[in-house]
Design a protein around this ligand. Structure first.
Ligand SMILES: [Zn+2]
Length: 82
């Protein structure tokens, strides 16, 4: 089985782009109807990562990222369950 790690470019709010390594995860969005469950492929940061330019935290392991338009990524905050 291939490694599910993937490097994505994340834009900091200062405008600097950072390469971050992610684990691929399958996220099940909460839906009211169990029969229409679907798994979405998303990306979880391996560790808390700061912008290499301004030092702001731009990725945390408790957040999931989705890919849009190729290399850009969109951040999703996930709830800590249990
Ligand atoms: Zn920054």
């Amino acid at each position: 089985m291939n490694s599910l790690k993937k490097t994505l470019n994340i834009e900091c709010s200062c405008g600097h782009w950072n390469n971050i390594t992610f684990d691929t995860v399958f996220f099940e969005p909460p839906l009211p109807e169990p029969k229409v469950r679907m798994m979405k492929r998303m990306y979880k940061p391996l560790e808390e990562t700061k912008c290499s330019k301004c030092g702001r935290v731009i990725a945390k392991p408790e957040e999931l990222f989705d890919i849009v338009k190729g290399r850009e990524a969109v951040r999703y905050r996930i709830k800590q369950s249990s």
